[in-house]
Design a protein. Structure first.
Lengths: 363, 650
């Protein structure tokens, strides 16, 4: 089949937008780390992006249908790897997420598992061969997704765990989950949240309290949220200029090159910059959805929708968090936040989308 | 463009499975819902940024500035306190305090830090542990007044212990051993109660203000205005950049009228042992004034306290020691001790008798060792025989003054006592002055709702009874009498001549002369004050021995120190045109003459210094005349009559 493939068919719009976002990200990382011990982060990020493009290319080479054959193996491998993270992982900031690969590199397994979840959900839903998703099938699928989710929750990494659920939910929705089930799930969620609050670890409780009432403890629980909002608000309409953001440069903003990179960007580039960046993300998202619409079959569509859901969820939670709309949850902003695992995961996800796109006329 | 599967029926025909439904058209609606949801999500996000960046940017900009722009106070140094010759009595010194910034503090650092700074580890640990609940940005002061060794330690370990932060502070440096302590007072951090008082209304919490003495009275003058340095700090409080400086304005120096030489002599006189009573130091007070203008030349109160203990935080143990001391070191006895003046009051009774015309200077009475007045026999301390007023003052005859007092009457005594300032605050520029009691018929009715009993008058006439005075009151009173009836408000900070409040009462010069001559006799004619005699200076004085209780009562309880008589001595010199008046109040000194020695030392120091200065000026004038110089300091000195005037320059 490969002979029909042509580089012309790659979604160049997506690639262009993503490289734009990555460039802004690199610039922002440069600006935010200028005065710290991590001044080398920006060119590391350039290398990560380059590696990401290569990985994306590799993802194109194999027909996504053949990748789907390996889903059981990938799933078992993922669960094993997540379990191994417990045993071998390095504890950073109080949670075990990284497996040391040697040479100073660490792999965040839970990031790559996102792709496995997308493939798993896509294959499972396709194999149902129905236009409606029955509750029984949904529960089976949810059971499969729940195993890695719980393993990630235990790390503890609530943000990443929630991305798995988001993918599951979005794809089930597209697969025809009845509205009454959706309503039931919503009701159950509303009822369960206050109960789960009591089972949350203390730092999660603190984040929730900090979100509900940041001024109650401005130096403690509410600190990150308040400082982030100050950074964004003081950026005003046009921003303070690259390397001129006081909140970023004087490090009042926590980790402005990772989870809070968008606050740093908003401070230095203002509302205009924010609109621009959000527009890029929106167009990117819509391009991915379009690829889902033009997918040649259901598996391709589910894959694209899974990637779209993943992206949307990341943007919503990360950007909502820095703007104080959502409690603080540590998940990175795709293509912008510093970090190899996140960059590679999303480039590989794009690779999957393009893989589907390349084969849209082939059947 | 969506291509339909080639043959949807083919697979299930071959495999028997349910028909493969692989078209994606069924999901179009759901994908559209997803798209609308995405639009909604982005709108919500944008609205969040709109709220922060477009609606309230000023609010957040202010807070961003509040984060990073900090005002570091530059302390405006307090004014120094100088003596009348411009010598420094109270100065400032810079000192460093060490702060533990807890954002970076590590518990395992505490032990090496404690070792390096000679602090007790357990003490330091307890202090840090106590602050654990407080917000992180509240710093802990771990040491005040760092030694050079401590500073070296902090500087050299900056990289290891970034949590150690030095701040500079100005500390008050007071003279040692409580020199002039009661006049100077001390400073301290403004208290909650003081913040509510109008006197301190303009100060902020945390300000260091005068608490006592001149430090308090002239606080507004002495206090500097703190400057500010605006700096940009990062999240660790490290200064990145200075963006503005408002310099501090130092406080005004305060020049006192105190003469350090006299003050030192007076303090040494009080601190010297008094073998006659077997004590190694004296308690009480000494005041020296210039009767011509009310300037206070020396003021001593004993026992004293060390103001340096208050300059930093006073330790609880030290404070208890001071507060529990039965001799009240924190009391400025010169203005706060209200005691019976004893015979030192007699000159005022004498002037009352003369001025009212009740008696004339030649009036005499006969002392047989006692006199019966108003059905009560009053003792004298000796049998004096027939005495005129002169003899009565010289010998301090009680019978004479009992009789005179009874003749003059309490209201006349009170009138002239009032004139001399008894019963009123002198108005000295120190806080907490007391006013004493000048008894009178009115006073008795006002205070006790009782009529004055004439039998009380004789006691008042010899300075006992309800009469109480402060040493400063007595000094001012006798000084004003000595200069002929002009009482100036005593003050510690020099004022221009017209600005001193004065009470003018032109007493008849012969009457004043009678009293002054009597007081001259006390010192120089074998009277009770012979110990105050000085060669070449005509010293006039009067002793006082003030009973604290009746002898009957004392005999009944045994002679304890607490009830031993207070010794007083008041003196001025020279006899004509007095320049200095001194009062010594020697608590439990038993006899007035005991206090006379103290006064003599002060007077001797005053006239010694005066003579030395005059000699020096004369030598300078002669030298400059001989060399044909025109020295500004030496020129105004009055050349002695024999010295030829410098020849006018051609």
């Amino acid at each position: 089949m490969t002979k029909y493939l042509s580089a012309r068919d790659i979604d160049w719009t997506i690639l262009l937008i993503v490289l734009l976002i990555c460039s802004v990200g690199v610039l922002q990382i440069y600006s935010a780390t200028r005065d710290t011990d991590s001044t080398s982060s920006w060119w590391k990020q350039v290398l990560y992006v380059a590696g990401g493009i290569v990985l994306m290319w590799l993802m194109l080479a194999v027909d996504y249908h053949s990748i789907l054959h390996y889903v059981p193996g990938l799933y078992i491998g993922s669960v094993t790897a997540l379990a191994l993270t417990f045993l071998l992982g390095d504890r950073v900031y109080g949670s075990k997420r990284w497996i040391p690969l040697g040479f100073g590199f660490h792999l965040q397994v839970s990031e790559l598992v996102k792709l496995v979840i997308i493939l798993l959900v896509a294959r499972y839903l396709t194999d149902l061969r129905t236009d409606d998703l029955e509750l029984r099938d949904l529960l089976k699928l949810a059971g499969l997704v729940l195993v890695p989710t719980i393993l990630v929750l235990k790390q503890p990494d609530l943000g990443t765990a929630m991305t798995y659920v988001a993918v599951l939910f979005a794809c089930s929705f597209v697969a025809g989950l009845r509205w009454k089930y959706i309503a039931a799930i919503a009701v159950v969620a509303v009822l369960v949240v206050p109960v789960t609050y009591h089972f949350l670890p203390d730092y999660q409780k603190a984040r929730w309290v900090g979100f509900m009432n940041p001024e109650g403890d401005p130096q403690g629980k509410g600190y990150q949220s308040i400082q982030s909002q100050i950074a964004i608000g003081s950026g005003s309409m046009f921003g303070k200029g690259v390397t001129k953001g006081t909140q970023t440069q004087l490090r009042f903003l926590p980790v402005p090159w990772k989870d809070f990179i968008f606050a740093a960007f908003a401070e230095e580039h203002g509302f205009v910059g924010v609109i621009g960046m959000l527009a890029l993300f929106f167009v990117l998202l819509m391009r991915i959805v379009q690829n889902a619409q033009t997918a040649p079959d259901r598996v391709g569509m589910y894959i694209c929708m899974g990637v779209a859901a993943l992206l949307l969820f990341h943007v919503l939670v990360n950007v909502g968090m820095v703007a104080g709309l959502i409690p603080v949850t540590g998940i990175p902003l795709p293509f912008m936040s510093f970090g190899g695992s996140s960059i590679w995961t999303f480039f590989m996800a794009l690779g999957l989308v393009n893989n589907v796109r390349l084969r849209r006329f082939v059947n | 463009m969506i291509l339909p599967p080639a043959d949807p029926q083919l697979e299930n025909q071959l495999s028997g499975k349910p028909p493969l439904r692989d078209d994606t058209r069924f999901a179009a609606g759901r994908i559209a819902v997803f798209q609308y949801s995405a639009v909604a999500v982005f709108l919500v996000l944008i609205s969040g940024f709109w709220r922060l960046q477009v609606q309230n940017p000023e609010f957040y900009d202010e807070r961003a500035q509040a984060n990073s722009i900090k005002s570091v106070p530059i302390p405006g140094p307090r004014g120094r306190i100088l003596d009348r010759d411009g010598r420094v009595i109270v100065d400032n010194r810079s000192s460093f305090s060490l702060i533990l910034a807890r954002e970076q503090a590590k518990e395992e650092h505490l032990r090496p830090i404690a070792q390096g700074l000679n602090l007790d580890y357990d003490d330091l640990y307890a202090r840090v542990a106590r602050m654990r609940k407080a917000p992180k940005y509240v710093p802990i002061v771990i040491k005040d007044q760092l030694t050079p060794g401590d500073l070296d330690f902090v500087e050299s370990h900056h990289d290891f212990f970034p949590e150690l932060v030095l701040i500079q502070a100005q500390k008050r440096l007071y003279p040692l051993a409580g020199f002039l302590a009661h006049v100077i007072g001390y400073t301290g951090e403004i208290s909650e109660q003081e913040l509510d008082q109008p006197e301190f209304a303009r100060y902020e919490p945390g300000a260091v203000v005068g608490k006592f003495g001149v430090e308090r009275e002239y606080n507004d003058l002495l206090m500097g205005v703190d400057g500010q340095r605006q700096v940009i700090v990062d999240n660790r409080g490290q200064v990145r950049q200075t963006i503005g400086i408002k310099p501090a304005i130092p406080g005004h120096d305060l020049k006192l009228t105190i003469d350090m030489d006299l003050q030192a002599v007076a303090e040494l006189a009080m601190d010297a042992p008094y073998p006659e009573l077997g004590i190694d130091h004296k308690n009480g007070a000494v005041v020296a004034l210039d009767p011509r203008n009310g300037e206070v030349l020396a003021m001593v109160s004993r026992p004293a306290f060390d103001p340096n203990m208050f300059a930093t935080r006073i330790r609880a143990k030290d404070w208890r020691e001071i507060a529990d001391n039965p001799d009240h070191p924190m009391l400025n006895k010169a203005i706060q001790a209200e005691q019976a003046p004893g015979s030192t009051f007699k000159p005022f009774v004498a002037i009352a008798g003369l001025e009212t015309g009740t008696v004339d200077p030649s009036w005499t009475t006969h002392c047989t060792g006692g006199v019966k007045l108003y059905d009560k026999y009053q003792h004298c301390h000796a049998v004096h025989g027939t005495l005129s007023m002169h003899g009565a003052i010289v010998n301090s005859c009680d019978v004479f003054f009992y009789t005179l007092g009874a003749k003059v009457g309490i209201d006349n005594i009170a009138f002239y006592g009032d004139m001399a300032g008894f019963g009123h605050k002198t108005g000295i520029d120190l806080p907490h002055e007391r006013e004493g009691i000048m008894p009178s018929e009115q006073w008795k009715i006002r205070t006790y709702r009782q009529k004055w009993y004439v039998g009380e008058t004789p006691s008042v006439a010899i300075g006992q009874g309800a009469l109480t005075v402060t040493p400063l009151q007595l000094t001012r009173a006798i000084g004003g009498l000595a200069v002929g009836g002009k009482w100036f408000e005593p003050h510690l900070v020099a004022r221009p001549a017209g600005k001193v409040r004065e009470v003018d009462w032109n007493l008849t010069p012969e009457h004043v002369k009678t009293v002054v001559d009597g007081m001259y006799g006390v010192v120089n004619e074998g009277g009770t004050g012979g110990r105050a005699r000085l060669p070449n200076v005509e010293v006039c004085g009067k002793t006082g021995t003030a009973q604290l209780a009746s002898y009957d009562y004392i005999n009944s309880v045994g002679k304890g120190v607490e009830l031993r008589e207070n010794a007083w001595f008041e003196a001025f010199a020279p006899r004509d045109n007095p320049e200095i008046v001194v009062v010594a109040f020697f608590e439990h000194g038993r006899h007035g003459p005991a206090a006379a020695e103290i006064v003599r030392d002060v007077l001797a120091a005053y006239f010694d210094k005066k003579a030395r200065i005059q000699t020096r000026k004369q030598v300078q004038a002669e030298t400059s005349a001989r060399l044909g110089l025109d020295l500004p300091g030496a020129a105004p000195a009055a050349p002695s009559p024999g010295t030829p005037q410098p020849a006018p320059q051609p």
